[in-house]
Design a protein around this ligand. Structure first.
Ligand code: FAD
Ligand code: SF4
Ligand code: SF4
Length: 509
């Protein structure tokens, strides 16, 4: 026949697709695919900067069907797809691109959903230039395939058509798993475990589900209804959520352990790194996540006292954000949308050496943010409230042991930047979990992240697993999903082994 045939060999979370095509099918494929030679790269259109800064809606439009099909058809169907190798989930990109190009959207969706529990979210906010698209072989000379935008299009089409269903257990199982943390790692694990039939309870200290997806990442990158939609699917699929429950204070960790056959810690990293310069305690010098959370809560319709009082609101203020990562980019662009008087970003290295995504820097510049590269704060000036940042210029010296050039202060370069709101976006470290959980035997690394055996995803405590930022340190959503899936796989193996152990003992007796 003329249609490709598919063999699906499924080792639970790891899916390998073996494809065999007839000669006719190959001819068919070549007609649809490899159009990169004649068709240029298109990215989804972006709302004009002066329009998009008026609200917190996403800035990128969606591909329509025709553009998605055409862009997907640019893929050269590599024998060794580097895009797939460099996607943390090893998504089967060439195959879902081909199915999209052929208009076979339901199949494309099913394939995409096999390896990713939230493709529409990753399609929106993965730094594709550093992952799948950055490794696309046609990038040299022809510009990469727009993989992320097609991935988003596939799942949005699936939602529109009702193809996205809650997790459906193969059969109910009696064993239960407790998950601490409703961020991407916890949600991905819950989805996978529920499909296996486990009774899953997620505990979160927040009042909403999503972790940094809901309260960290602003709506202009990821609209909140997209996160709430995933929450609802899990509820409909039988996952239980216990919100406003801080494990360690409202309920003990030991209690959670006793209530479940296995526990997954997916608590993320929340201790803001600080900066030790004079004036850091002044009013108006605030941590990034407090600022972003207030803004996100406001967008979600909450009453936020610190926003109304002006403490966490940039309106009418001269804002200086210190830092050069994703969080800093989200802060500067949030401040622009809150009608700040001026917004500048102070970063001690140069543009090429910043950790944040270049795409987000370009977006911020378009929106009116001023970047002060190679600058670092020396002091925050003011009486009670900050009125200026004293900054100094930096020169990048010789590389250190890690290969990064060491920032060196240029003598006599001190200058003042007017500021009545300073946002510190210098990264995050883990909280002291062994202490918070009253579990001194829970081993952590020298950075405070939880140590796990990467083969079994298990911590030093039997039956306790860990995933996401709390293991890796501040990372990416897609790595959270990957770890959550791996942890679910490991928990399944663990519970199976536990339930088989007594029988094996009896059989051997
Ligand atoms: P989290 O998302 O942090 O979720 C942890 C959850 O655990 C939270 O809901 C928290 O309330 C809960 N919790 C913690 N302790 C307890 C406790 N004791 N009891 C109960 N609940 C608890 N990544 C990208 O890929 N793209 C981006 O564009 C991007 N932008 C970002 C922007 C910002 C501002 C930030 C801060 C991060 C960004 N990231 C981005 C990183 C990404 O959000 C994280 O890597 C990811 O969310 C980690 O997932 P997680 O599930 O490990 O943890
Ligand atoms: Fe690319 Fe992220 Fe999607 Fe993987 S999950 S294909 S890295 S956008
Ligand atoms: Fe297609 Fe690029 Fe992946 Fe090759 S690397 S399979 S061209 S998306």
């Amino acid at each position: 026949g003329g249609q490709p045939e598919w063999w699906v060999c499924r080792h639970w979370t790891h899916v390998f697709f073996y494809r065999m095509r007839s000669g006719e099918a190959r001819t068919d494929m070549s007609k649809k695919m490899l159009s990169f030679v004649t068709t240029g790269k298109e990215t989804p259109s972006k709302r004009e900067a002066d329009v998009r800064v008026e609200d917190f809606g996403e800035i990128y439009d969606e591909f329509d069907k025709d553009v998605a099909e055409t862009q997907a058809s640019r893929c050269s169907q590599c024998g060794v797809p580097f895009c797939q190798i460099n996607c943390p989930l090893h998504n089967n990109i060439p195959d879902w691109l081909m199915l999209t190009a052929e208009g076979r959207m339901e199949e494309a969706y099913k394939l995409s959903a096999q390896t990713n529990n939230m493709p529409e979210i990753c399609g929106r906010i993965c730094p594709q230039d550093r992952l799948c698209e950055g490794s696309c072989v046609i990038e040299k000379g022809f510009e990469s395939v727009t993989i992320g935008a097609v991935e988003k299009h596939i799942t949005e089409t699936a939602f529109e058509n009702g193809w996205v269903q809650p997790p459906q257990p193969v059969a109910e199982r009696s064993e239960s798993v407790g998950i601490i943390g409703a961020g991407p790692a916890g949600l991905a694990a819950a989805d996978m475990l529920r499909q296996q039939g486990y009774q899953v309870t997620i505990y979160d200290r927040y009042d909403r589900v999503g972790g940094l997806l809901i309260y960290g990442i602003p709506g202009f990158k990821l609209e909140k209804h997209v996160v709430e939609r995933r929450h609802k699917l899990l509820v409909d699929g039988g996952v239980t959520f216990q919100l406003n429950v801080n494990i360690g204070t409202d309920r003990s960790f030991e209690d959670v352990r006793a209530a479940h056959d296995a526990v997954l810690i997916a608590t993320g990293v929340y201790k803001a790194r600080d900066i030790s310069v004079p004036g850091v305690g002044l009013g108006g010098v605030v941590p990034a996540l407090d600022y972003l959370t207030a803004s996100n809560r406001k967008s979600l319709g909450d009453d936020v006292a610190a926003f109304e009082s002006g403490e966490l609101n940039a309106e009418g203020r001269n804002v200086v954000v210190v830092g050069g990562g994703d969080t800093a980019m989200d802060c500067v662009r949030t401040a622009i949308r809150q009608n700040a008087k001026s917004v500048s970003c102070l970063y001690r290295r140069d543009r090429a050496n910043m950790p944040g995504s270049q795409r987000e820097v370009a977006n911020a510049e378009e929106e009116g943010v001023v970047f002060k590269w190679l600058s670092a704060p020396q002091a925050f000036l003011g009486d009670n409230r900050v009125r200026a940042v004293q900054a100094q210029k930096i020169h990048l010296g010789q590389p250190d042991a890690t290969g990064r050039q060491v920032p060196q202060i240029i003598d006599g370069s001190a200058h003042e930047i007017e500021a009545d709101l300073v946002i510190k976006a210098l990264g995050f470290d883990p909280e002291d979990l062994p202490q918070m959980f009253d579990a001194p035997a829970l081993q952590v690394s020298k950075w405070g992240t939880i140590s796990i055996d990467w083969q079994t995803m298990m911590t030093s405590l039997p039956g306790v697993f860990a995933a996401g930022d709390i293991v890796r340190g501040a990372s990416l959503v897609v790595w959270g999903v990957r770890d959550g899936r791996d942890a679910a796989d490991a928990i399944h193996s663990y519970i199976m082994a536990q339930s088989e152990a007594p029988q094996a003992a009896v059989a051997g007796a």
